[in-house]
Design a protein around this ligand. Structure first.
Ligand code: HSE
Length: 393
């Protein structure tokens, strides 16, 4: 077995977790040789001689054969990964935004440089979704991949559903418990989930979708009244990332949208910071993967699994991918949607092709009906903070 000499970029929650676990697991045959961080003056729980603020101390060191990239800035991470490939180093990354944006380029560079690029930790933390799509479902005709891929929003929605809290109070609770970032925009607006869905979609169907083409609305507009409605009807509300393929037309619908989920459905059982993904297959019907989607040790477990896979030169092969065949995304279809709103003067009804239910009260109203997928791309609708848009399961 070859020795893995690791250069680690970033020593935040996950970086420190990896360091600790590698110290305790010599059987992995992997050692951290250098850790590059931005601020050398900060106290760290590791020997000071391991640290540097110069990326070249890793990238130009020929003894280092693995780069583990755990920084948050995606442009800096991109430069690091491209140079690491150029220097013949394998890369393990958890940077979903960067991967979703540069997926095709980075996969091509890994092949060109004959190295591996692994990123299980970028989607759903400890839940081995990429490896399962790659290895187990690679020949299976999948119909959908759907579920909860963001722990922060799931924690907030669980609080709103179970404790009748407002969005603002639930967000604060998530920040106080250390789940939500000080700037939680990427999570609560659904960008984080959209990046993860783009990565999942490539591995599930072999089709590359731009994150901006995922139809996305976050959870910020949700109101206490929406949860009251959910309770009355036996639902909870979850932020569901969904990619469904139509095998007749080849078209894929990829959405990240708040969704009413019946309380007796498996996904309704995924609470707090947990993630859960359903894989719909023509052969095995439905499979469910569940686990912790964020946090030090859960995310470290996925990074360690990737590091360990380098021992046998593992690479994603994305067998369903054909670069000549572009995917067709979100071109046609209808969704059954609930829109809740306070201001009765808003023209909400015109968004609907078909209205099935209308409810009005002095302080909160809603309409339920069918909306065309092309109307859902309308920014005025999707980005309107005064409209609570929730898909009906
Ligand atoms: N902010 C992400 C989440 C971290 O809450 O799921 C893991 O990707």
């Amino acid at each position: 077995m070859k020795k893995l000499n690791i250069g680690l970029f970033g020593f935040g929650v996950v970086g420190e977790g990896i360091y600790k676990v590698l110290e305790e697991k010599p059987q992995l045959n992997a050692t951290i040789k250098k850790i590059v961080i931005k601020d050398l003056s900060k106290p760290r729980n590791a020997p000071s001689e391991l640290f540097s603020d110069n990326a070249d101390d890793i990238l130009e060191d020929d003894e280092i054969n693995v780069v583990v990239e755990l920084i948050s800035e995606s442009d800096a991470a991109h430069a690091i990964i491209v140079k690491a490939f150029d220097k013949g180093k394998h890369v393990v990354s958890a940077n979903k935004k960067l991967i979703a944006e540069h997926h095709k380029e980075l996969l091509e560079l890994q092949y060109k440089n004959n190295v591996s690029f692994l990123y299980e930790a970028s989607v759903c933390g400890s839940v081995p979704i990429i490896r399962n799509l790659e290895e187990y479902f690679d020949n299976d005709l999948l119909n959908y991949v759907s579920g909860i891929v963001n722990g922060t929003t799931n924690y907030i929605l669980t609080k709103m559903a179970k404790e009748n809290e407002s969005y603002q109070d639930a967000l604060k609770a998530a920040q106080d418990s250390g789940f939500a970032e000080a700037d939680p925009t990427a999570d609560v607006e659904g960008f984080d989930a959209a990046s993860k869905l783009a990565i999942i979609t490539l591995h599930a169907y072999g089709k590359k979708i731009d994150v901006k083409d995922v139809i996305r609305k976050g959870i910020m507009s949700l109101q206490v009244q929406d949860f009251k409605y959910a309770k009355e009807k036996g639902y909870t509300i979850k932020l569901i990332a969904n990619s469904t393929i139509n095998h007749q037309t080849g078209e894929i619908n990829s959405t990240v949208l708040p969704t009413f989920v019946k309380l007796n459905k498996t996904i309704a059982l995924v609470n707090n910071e947990y993630n859960g993904v359903l894989i719909g297959s023509s052969l095995s019907d439905e499979q469910f993967l569940y686990g912790k989607g964020a946090g030090r040790f859960p995310t470290s477990s996925a990074v360690l699994s990737d590091i360990s896979a380098l021992n046998y030169d593992y690479k994603y092969s994305i067998r369903k991918y054909d670069e000549k065949e572009e995917g067709v995304f979100n071109q046609s279809g209808q969704l059954k949607v609930y829109i809740g709103f306070k201001d009765k003067n808003l023209d909400v009804v015109s968004y609907f092709d078909e209205v099935e239910e209308r409810y009005e009260s002095p302080d909160y109203s809603h309409i339920i009906g069918k909306i065309d997928i092309n109307t859902l791309k309308n920014k005025e609708l999707i980005e309107n903070p005064n409209l609570s848009l929730i898909v009906l399961d």
